[in-house]
Design a protein around this ligand. Sequence first.
Ligand SMILES: C[S@@+](CC[C@H](N)C(=O)[O-])C[C@H]1O[C@@H](n2cnc3c(N)ncnc32)[C@H](O)[C@@H]1O
Length: 214
Amino acid sequence: MDSPPIYTMMGTPRSAVDAGWEHAYTEYPRFAAEYPWSDVVDTLTQFPGERVYEVGFGGGHNLLWARQHGWEVAGCEIAETPHRIACEKLDGADLRLESMVDCSAPSSSYDVVVDRAALTCLSPKDLKRALFHVRRILKPGGVFFFNPYGNLQTKPFPDVMPPVTLWEERATRQLFPDTKWETIVFEHVIVHYDIVGPNREHTYRIRVRKIGRD
Ligand SMILES: C[S@@+](CC[C@H](N)C(=O)[O-])C[C@H]1O[C@@H](n2cnc3c(N)ncnc32)[C@H](O)[C@@H]1O
């Protein structure tokens, strides 16, 4: 039987979660980082290829780093403000304003797909649909980096951020059955910010490789 993740957004319609991201950027324009994330850089360094796709690329800093290091870059972003900012930075790149749940990118096209804290805001049902597309657009043998929040999280999220799904380990592993994915790395990362009360950030660093062709 499937293990349930901890679902903190029960009852919030997907349209409201998606709109919440544009609201977050409007309230706090520097919401996304202005530097590439080391986990993304490590993934692209460890698994070199030609084409990378980022789910929820925000201001585009991960993709900018990738382009500067020889990758052809593409991705999708749900919110208009970061999409516009990234398009200004990444002239000519295939950057689509759409949800990964409805991804229209071409099949079997990317060596690496990266998700840095974007898909964690989807409900479990929508995440499964998004992961269907991740697998569809990866080339055979391509690698996916996934970075959701975990169930040991106690640190509050910024008020402006849409609600997230906190993933329990067993439920997270079940997203990547070994008939379809080879698990390369599955790590918990727990950071303590204990200045006031128990303030724990819990995320996963997961790297999986697509097995098979479809
Ligand atoms: C925490 S930010 C991270 C931005 C970027 N990946 C980075 O590392 O700086 C998450 C991003 O995912 C986008 N996002 C959330 N849900 C999405 C979805 N279903 N499809 C595409 N983008 C989404 C948000 O608008 C936001 O820009």
